[in-house]
Design a protein around this ligand. Structure first.
Ligand SMILES: [Zn+2]
Length: 301
């Protein structure tokens, strides 16, 4: 059988969902950007490598291959980790250089940011990078040039859009499932998974939705997207989310602290359940299936 190495056979009729990790350290998250300056990063306790090893063990145990959207800043300092991730059959993809949001950069700075990150990611991992995820899902209505820049740089896909309204991000008008954002380009955008409930649309593909709410809610969301809509979910989490021992910042706003520190110790167990309950694979495998679907739709349209 051809196709991606899933580690275990896909039940017939099951949808292959995209599993991904946004590889950044605990101090690089948007929630702390007003209390921890980029210039301080190098003086802080780096925990990303040990946390990635825990994530790799979870994936290995579940027989799941995933995509690691990694910051160039992290790859530059953790080359051995990059080689380990790639050697275990996971996809290396880009999360930009140092977590600047796309809408805060402008077109030229964005092009520079992704080129700088990709060079280091490919150098350290020894594998080609064709996928990109914007920090904090920051490709939205303010950045009509972003997908064009990615297409021009030869990316196959992006997973950078949250088709919702959220206090930190969101592009309400974007499609909920894979689409081609640039006319005449094969570039595919796979938005983070959403569910609609009582007229409200929520980002249900990971993040706070997964960690803060009971496991059953995320299980319901993925199942609903797979079975009712027949489409793949795109799920993400962060290495710092499996690290209850990380330093506590008491100077961050209460709301940020709540979002960042709640349920860290339950996360690994929840992930184990999720990994075992559905079919998961690398984002590039999901993109290949979705691209074939988009091509078929175009032919019949
Ligand atoms: Zn991120």
């Amino acid at each position: 059988m051809s196709g991606p190495d899933l580690g275990h056979p896909l039940p017939s009729g099951a949808v292959l969902n995209g599993m991904s990790v946004d590889v950044e350290d605990w101090f690089q998250v948007g929630a702390f950007e007003h209390v921890i300056a980029r210039g301080e990063w190098d003086g802080l306790d780096r925990r990303v490598e040990a946390n990635c090893d825990r994530v790799l063990a979870l994936f290995d145990e579940a027989g799941v291959k995933a995509t690691f959207f990694t910051l160039g800043w992290v790859a530059k300092r953790h080359g051995a980790m990059m080689r380990r991730i790639a050697a275990q059959g996971h996809e290396i993809a880009s999360h930009g250089w140092d977590h600047k949001r796309v809408f805060a950069m402008g077109e030229a700075a964005f092009a520079e940011d992704i080129a700088r990150a990709r060079a280091v990611l490919e150098d350290t991992s020894g594998s080609a990078v064709t996928g990109y995820r914007a920090p904090s899902f920051s490709i939205d209505a303010r950045t009509p040039w972003a997908h064009e820049v990615l297409a021009r740089h030869g990316y196959a896909y992006s997973s950078s859009v949250a088709p919702i309204v959220h206090d930190h991000y969101g592009w309400r008008e974007a499609p909920r499932f894979a689409f081609r954002p640039v006319a005449g380009s094969p570039l595919v955008e796979v938005p983070v998974t959403t569910v609609e409930l009582a007229g409200r649309r929520m980002a249900a593909g990971g993040g706070g939705f997964f960690r803060l709410l009971p496991y059953a809610v995320s299980h319901w969301a993925v199942d609903r997207v797979n079975r009712r809509e027949g489409r793949p979910a795109a799920f993400y989490f962060h290495p710092w989310e499996v690290d209850p021992g990380q330093p506590r910042r008491t100077d961050a706003p209460l709301r940020s602290r709540f979002r960042h520190y709640t349920n860290l110790s339950a996360m690994a167990g929840k992930l184990q359940r999720l990994l075992g309950a559905f079919a998961w694979g690398r984002m590039d495998a999901v993109v290949a299936a979705e691209a074939a679907r988009l091509d078929a739709e175009q032919v019949t349209a």
